[in-house]
Design a protein around this ligand. Structure first.
Ligand code: FAD
Length: 332
């Protein structure tokens, strides 16, 4: 592999229903900084159906050029079709660095592409840097349960690829009317070549909540024990007309969706009242809620760090205490 052939920083642009995913805009912001350090260009790779107009958005958020694969075959994200387009683009134009959002789509595509290229992939990064002279990407991520930050390098192969967590990079402000280059690409691909068939799209019925605008948040953590125990959080929140919040561990366990997550990689909230129930008080959680007006913590461990941030604390079993509070508010 001739490393000199590989130039430029690329971002996979994730798009749904004609809207660019926020993480892709964040990565354009980070990618611009990396590209400037390397004195090279920033490009977006946009794959979808009827995405021409979005290419302009990509330029307005910092890209110098956009590789566009626009075809009805890309109407829905499917690993095989997107992977084939991305592989063709990489083989033809040879980027030095290729970034994807660590979303379900980005993680799936990046790992599929990595299996077909003679290079590696750093998953779930939270910090990026680049060595100006060598172009070596310094991709850092928490390791060993978040106790250390590991910086992972891909010294001998190109492109250097990483998935990056949403909400850790900053998008640039939109530069309306910015100009860039659009390169329209296509590959010979037919519906019969793709084994995955989309039979039906079922829309989720859950309403998207704006947790950062809530006056009262009832947030639950791993201490609730499971999705069943977490119901006490919903019941108290319903009674108070509050929004449900959660720690990242709860979101990762799949008890509730990501838009309920509070903290460093979730929402930053400042409600009038914040209940932290069965939440240990890790710094990554505290930074997202510490400016709440009144913080009430419930935890069975009197030494839990959450009590340091709380105005009021109750030491005890949340599964007993929370239903009692809910009943008390119902009577009141
Ligand atoms: P645990 O730490 O397991 O705590 C559970 C708590 O419940 C304990 O204090 C326990 O005493 C208590 N408990 C147990 N049983 C009961 C009971 N019956 N009644 C009452 N209390 C009980 N975390 C976030 O929340 N938000 C983020 O945005 C976030 N971003 C992160 C970013 C990075 C880079 C890293 C490395 C980590 C991040 N984390 C984040 C994770 C964070 O470090 C913690 O792992 C997480 O907050 C812990 O979640 P928890 O408090 O629900 O679980």
């Amino acid at each position: 592999m001739n490393m000199e052939d590989y130039r430029g920083v690329w971002v996979f642009i994730e798009e749904k229903d004609g809207i660019v995913a926020p993480v892709s805009l964040e990565l354009l912001g980070a990618g611009k900084w990396l590209a400037e350090k390397r004195k090279t260009e920033l490009a977006g790779v946009l794959i979808g159906e009827n995405v021409q107009e979005l290419a302009q958005t990509v330029v307005e958020y910092g890209a110098d050029k956009v590789y566009v694969y626009d075809d009805p075959i890309y109407r829905f994200y499917r690993t095989e079709s997107y992977m084939k387009a991305m592989l063709a683009c990489v083989e033809k134009y040879k980027p030095e660095i290729l970034l994807y959002g660590a979303t379900s789509t980005g993680k799936d595509l990046a790992s599929a592409v990595a299996t077909d290229l003679p290079t590696g992939l750093t998953a779930d990064t939270t910090q990026l840097d680049v060595e100006e002279d060598t172009g070596l990407l310094l991709a850092s991520r928490p390791a060993f349960g978040g106790n250390i930050m590991a910086t992972i390098l891909c010294k001998k192969y190109r492109p250097q690829m990483a998935t990056v967590r949403p909400k850790v990079m900053k998008a640039l402000s939109r530069n309306n009317g910015a100009t860039g280059e659009f390169i329209h690409e296509s590959i010979p691909i037919k519906e019969e070549d793709i084994r995955t068939k989309v039979l039906e799209i079922v829309q989720t019925t859950t309403q998207r909540i704006r947790i950062d605008e809530a006056d009262i948040i009832v947030a639950g953590g791993k201490g609730l024990g499971g999705p069943l125990g977490f119901q006490v959080i919903h019941q108290l929140a319903n009674t108070l007309g509050a929004v449900v919040g959660a720690s990242r561990d709860v979101v990762e366990a799949g008890w509730i969706g990501h838009h309920h997550q509070v903290g460093q990689t979730g929402a930053t909230v400042t409600p009038k009242i914040y209940f932290a129930i069965g939440i240990s008080g890790a710094i990554q959680h505290i930074v997202g809620m510490q400016n709440s007006g009144l913080i009430i913590a419930i935890n069975k461990d009197p030494a839990a760090a959450i009590f340091q941030a709380a105005h009021y604390g109750i030491v005890g079993d949340a599964l007993t205490i929370v239903p009692m509070i809910t009943e008390a508010f119902k009577i009141a």
